[in-house]
Design a protein around this ligand. Sequence first.
Ligand code: GDP
Ligand code: IMO
Ligand code: MG
Length: 458
Amino acid sequence: MKPTTGRNVVVVGTQWGDEGKGKLVDWLTESAQGVVRFQGGHNAGHTLVINGVKTALHLIPSGIMRPGVTCYIGNGVVLSIAKLLEEIAGLERAGVQVRERLRISEGCPLILPLHAAMDVAREAAREQGGSERIGTTGRGIGPAYEDKIARRALRAQDLKHPDRFAAKLRELLALYNHELLGFLASGQIAFSEALTPYLKDGALQFDPIYDEAMRQAEQVRPMLADVSRELNEAHQQGANLLFEGAQGTLLDVDHGTYPFVTSSNTVAGNAAAGAGVGPGLLHYVLGITKAYCTRVGGGPFPTELDWETPGTPGWHMSTVGAEKGVTTGRSRRCGWFDAALLKRSAQVNGLSGLCITKLDVLDGLPELQLCTGYELDGELIDILPLGADDIARCKPVYETMPGWSDSTVGATRYEQLPINARLYLQRIEHVTGVPIHVVSTSPDRDHTIMLRHPFLPD
Ligand code: GDP
Ligand code: IMO
Ligand code: MG
């Protein structure tokens, strides 16, 4: 008899991140036995609100608040062990059991203090050189992925071999110090303790970085695992797995607003490579989509509004939506919903369904604009073009829709939504060509309208 295998769902952000992935992953975990992060690092900030209590997660999968669920950090994640231990300690203080339920791939490239220093230095050097800052989170994500691709990264498995770790760290430090010294000597960045406390006499020091990593390694080693094997076995045994994307599709290093992107592939296909499972195991892709758009950091944003002037629709989104970053505390830029952007997202992720979040934030706006395409160099186009340069020249084409005055906050059934809110959702489905399967109406776990459950078989 054929064994019963599980059903697996991938959750991705379809815009520029912060769409509400954490809330939905926590909610969907009710139907899963394992939750997997497969890319990004602690640049992510995922917020869960359970019975009014808020939890912010950066590295640990958003399934951790459900007892008994196993959480996995796949090989595609760049891992700061310092930040991981900090996050574990915070959760344990709040009474959440973590260590026994967290499995970390030995293949994860490590983020060390030198990566954050280089990230900050590169941003400063870009600005000095006359280029716009990318507006990174300063967490060392870009440099860590560079080392991975250049085949010189220290990986989690090296934590088990102090000599190997030391030799690789020396090599990496030589390279980093050479580049940092160049920046310092040319006056592109100031010598500053703010760059990193590990910088002394003009160079990053080996001893403090090594000693700290070795101390932390003791705590991390018991959680290291062959995550690919464990996921495949769990699947064979019938477990439902949930793959949790970080960032958003327009921050994908290939498909996003390059170069104003993060340094990983954020699209659904990377769930397979970044966790070590075959693409055939990804059965359903849920695209988390804000009912409007936000972006934090630099780069083009065709439907961006003035979000600072009181009384404007952009200001309404910013204040009612509490649009402040979870990781860096920066204000998020706000703008109208962009269906042409979503078409690109649907295409590159193979979305099975959409989850529209923060519909409640639009309550009370008299009318809404919905971008259906752009004018680019005198031509009308209906899908977001590739890369920042072309996107920056796109002029959005809008449809106007009536708003609604009734509150949608906390709605759990579609019939509770005002007619104009339903018409707005229907229009989004029609223009993007993707069915809406879930709607979220507040930060709270339970304030969710389910139209088609992603874990139910097709
Ligand atoms: P993520 O990075 O995609 O997980 O999203 P973030 O947690 O960074 O940002 C989403 C923010 O919106 C968080 O503060 C959530 O608590 C909040 N949120 C999520 N869904 C809803 C919703 O439907 N309505 C409202 N008002 N807030 C929501
Ligand atoms: P979650 O998972 C929003 C943005 C940064 C910057 C760009 C590159 O919470 O949705 P990086 O530090 O990754 O090199 O920065 O990407 N960025 C995010 N924006 N949400 C995130 O994660 C982000 N992670 C990175 O602001 O523009
Ligand atoms: Mg976030």
